[in-house]
Design a protein around this ligand. Structure first.
Ligand code: ACO
Length: 428
C-alpha cells in the first residue's frame, strides 16, 4: 500500500521532508517547516487567484469541471432543475437534505412571513438616481439591512442565524423588485402572501394596474434559472462572502460583499456583457471578423470559458433548453441566431478548442432574461437572487468549521527596502 505522503527535498539545504497527503492535498502550513535558517519564515505557496489552493472543506456543492458535472449535496443539477422548486433547493443547500412536505411548508411559510421590508428601506431606495445600476442599488440596500437588524451580529446563535437566513431569502427579491421599479419610475408593488415565491417576485416586478397575467411557463423557466445559479462552490462571490464573513461580521454585510463581487463583468456581470457583445456584432456575417479580433487578443468572447469547467458547462446545456421553452411563449429573440452561430463557430475553432473554452452559464441566460422583459443591466440582479442560498449556506458552513479563521493571505513583498523620509523641498 503506497504511503499517503509526499517527500520533498530542499535543494538549498539538501534536507528532505515528508508531508502528509490527505484528500488530494498537502497542508500549505506544513511547508513552513522547510527553512534555510532558523530565523527563516519558512516556505510558502504562491498562488495568485487561488488557481490551485483549496481554502476550505465543503459538503455543499460538487463540480467536476472536466466531465461537466454539478451536484448540490450529491443531487445532480439536472434532476433538481427538473423536479425541485427553488425554495426546496435552498433548503437542501442549507440543511443538507431535501425537505419533507412538513419541513418545506414551514420553510415556505417562514420566508413568506418576512417578505416585507421596513418602510425606511423604501426611503433609502428612493434616494438613488433614476439611472442607478440595479446591482449598485441591491448592494447598498442589502448592506443597509444590517442596520435594521442589529441582532444579526449574534452569528454564534443558530436561532438568530436561521432568522437572518429567512430574512435574506425573503427580502432580497423584494428589494430586487423595488430596484427594477425604481429604474422605471414605477410605484413599488408590495409582496403578496397568496402567491408563490417566484410568482410574488414576478408580480412585484411586472404588475401594473392589475393587468399582469402570470405566465406559468415563464415563471418555471425563471425558477429553473435560479436553481441553476443557486451554488457553485468557491467562486469569486462566494469566496468574498466567506472571506468577509470570516471577520464575524453580520450576514447582511457578508452577503453584500458577495453581491459586489458578482457585479463584476468577469463574474455575474458577464451575462450583461454577452448581450452588449451580441449587439455589437449585430449580424451573423460580422461573426468571423469578431472571432478574429478575439483571437488576436482584442476582447473576449463573453459567456465563454470558465475557471473550473473545461468542458460544456452543464448549466449552459440546461439553459439552452429553457431558452426554447421561453421563446415559444415570447417569440424568438433575434440575437439567439447570432449566439447559436457564434457558439457553433467557436466550438469548431482551434483557438477555443485548445484552451477548452465552452459556453458558460451566462451565454444564454441573458437572452432569456431579455425575452422575459428584464433590461440588460438587471440580469446580474437575477443571478444574485439565485446565488443567495449558496452564499448563505457557505457562510454558515464556514462559521461551523473549526478549522476556519479570519481570512488573511500572505504576500511576497516586492517593494522598496527601508528608506529615509524625503522632505518635500528635496523631492522630484
Ligand atoms: N474569450 C477568448 N479567450 C479567452 C476567453 C474568452 N472568453 N476566456 C479565456 N480565454 C483565453 C485567455 O486569453 C487565455 O489565453 P492564453 O493562454 O493564450 O493567454 C486562456 O484562454 C486562459 O484564460 P484565463 O483568463 O487564464 O482563464 P481564467 O480561468 O482565469 O478565466 C474567465 C476564466 C474569467 C471566466 C474567462 O474565461 C473569461 O474572461 N470569460 C469571459 C467572461 C465570462 O463569460 N465570465 C463568466 C464566467 S461564469 C460565471 O461567473 C458565472
Amino acid at each position: 500500500m503506497p504511503k499517503e505522503s509526499l517527500t520533498v527535498t530542499d535543494n538549498r539545504t539538501g534536507k528532505s521532508y515528508e508531508l502528509a497527503v490527505s484528500e488530494g492535498c498537502i497542508k500549505a502550513a506544513d511547508l513552513r517547516q522547510i527553512k534555510v535558517a532558523d530565523d527563516d519564515f519558512g516556505l510558502m505557496a504562491y498562488d495568485p487567484a487561488y488557481l490551485n489552493t483549496a481554502s476550505c472543506r465543503s459538503a455543499i456543492t460538487f463540480i467536476d469541471g472536466d466531465r461537466g458535472i454539478l451536484r448540490y449535496r450529491g443531487y445532480p443539477i439536472e434532476q433538481l432543475a427538473e423536479k425541485a422548486s427553488f425554495l426546496e433547493v435552498a433548503y437542501l443547500l442549507f440543511e443538507g437534505e431535501l425537505p419533507t412536505r412538513a419541513q418545506l411548508d414551514k420553510w415556505e411559510e417562514d420566508v413568506r412571513y418576512h417578505t416585507y421590508v421596513h418602510t425606511n428601506i423604501i426611503k433609502f431606495l428612493e434616494g438613488y438616481r433614476y439611472d442607478a445600476h440595479p446591482m449598485g442599488v441591491l448592494l447598498g440596500a442589502t448592506a443597509a439591512l444590517s442596520t435594521f437588524y442589529p441582532e444579526a451580529k449574534n452569528i454564534e446563535d443558530p436561532t438568530s442565524r436561521y432568522l437572518q437566513r429567512v430574512r435574506l431569502m425573503a427580502k432580497i427579491p423584494t428589494i430586487a423588485a423595488f430596484a427594477f421599479r425604481h429604474s422605471r419610475g414605477l410605484p413599488f408593488v408590495f409582496p403578496r402572501n397568496d402567491l408563490s415565491y417566484i410568482g410574488n417576485y414576478v408580480n412585484m416586478t411586472f404588475e401594473i394596474g392589475g393587468q399582469h397575467e402570470p405566465n406559468p411557463v415563464l415563471q418555471r423557466a425563471l425558477e429553473i434559472l435560479l436553481i441553476l445559479h443557486a451554488d457553485h462552490e468557491q467562486n469569486c462571490s462566494t469566496s468574498a462572502v466567506r472571506a468577509v464573513g470570516s471577520s464575524h461580521v453580520d450576514p447582511f454585510s457578508a452577503v453584500s460583499a458577495g453581491i459586489a463581487a458578482l457585479y463584476g463583468p468577469l463574474h455575474g456581470g458577464a451575462n450583461e456583457a454577452v448581450l452588449s457583445m451580441l449587439d455589437d456584432i449585430g449580424e451573423k456575417r460580422n461573426i468571423p471578423a469578431f472571432i478574429a479580433e478575439v483571437k488576436a487578443g482584442h476582447g473576449r468572447l463573453m459567456g465563454f470559458g470558465h475557471r473550473v469547467y473545461k468542458s460544456y458547462d452543464p448549466r449552459a446545456k440546461l439553459i439552452k433548453q429553457v431558452a426554447y421553452d421561453v421563446f415559444e411563449q415570447t417569440g424568438l429573440n433575434p440575437k439567439l441566431e447570432i449566439a447559436l452561430e457564434l457558439e457553433k463557430i467557436a466550438l469548431e475553432d482551434d483557438y477555443f478548442i485548445k484552451r477548452k473554452l465552452y459556453p458558460n452559464v451566462d451565454f444564454y441566460s441573458g437572452l432569456i432574461y431579455q425575452a422575459m422583459g428584464y433590461p440588460t443591466d438587471y440580469f446580474t440582479v437575477l443571478f444574485a437572487i439565485g446565488r443567495l442560498p449558496g452564499w448563505v449556506a457557505q457562510w454558515e458552513e464556514m462559521l461551523r468549521d473549526k478549522e476556519q479563521k479570519i481570512a488573511r493571505p500572505r504576500q511576497i513583498y516586492t517593494g522598496y527596502d527601508s528608506r529615509e523620509f524625503v522632505p518635500m523641498a528635496m523631492r522630484g
